[in-house]
Each structure stands twice: as C-alpha cells, then as structure tokens.
Write a protein that binds this ligand. Structure first.
Ligand SMILES: [Zn+2]
Length: 78
C-alpha cells in the first residue's frame, strides 16, 4: 500500500476590495482586490488541513502583488 500526499494545494478566496490606492509599479489608481490564500496538506487529493494562511493584495491593472498581515486585511476591509 502507498500513500499519496501533497503539501501545496492552495485555495484562494476573494474577500473584497480596498479603497482607491496608487500602484507603485504601474502608477494607476484603483481599488485592489484582497485575497486570502490557504495552503493545505492533502491526502489522496483531498485537502485536509490548512497549515498556512496568507493575505494578498493585487493590482488589477499590472498584477503587482503585495503580502499583507491579517490586521492590515481587517483594516483595509472596513
Ligand atoms: Zn499596477
């Protein structure tokens, strides 16, 4: 018998958008979508245990991505 496991399954959820902000890369002003990415330990292709959670902002124009903390995420969603 053998076991198939994977440490890299990611599920990304859109949480909302920021207020208008400037992108340091492309210079456009827009509302950036906020995402939560959970990385799962999977067994036999079934995601079982989330072991890492990240919060991300991404520029809708050039796809520049920034990691943010959970506190920043909560502040930006208010
Ligand atoms: Zn940009």
């Amino acid at each position: 018998m053998f076991i198939i496991f994977n440490l890299g399954d990611r599920k990304v959820k859109h949480l909302g958008n920021t207020a208008q902000m400037d992108c340091p890369r492309c210079g456009n002003t827009s509302a950036w979508p906020i995402h939560r990415a959970k990385t799962y330990f999977s067994l036999f292709f079934i995601p079982l245990i989330p072991y890492r959670t990240e919060f991300l902002l991404s520029c809708p124009v050039c796809r520049e991505t920034r990691d943010i903390t959970e506190d920043e995420k909560n502040r930006l969603l208010q």
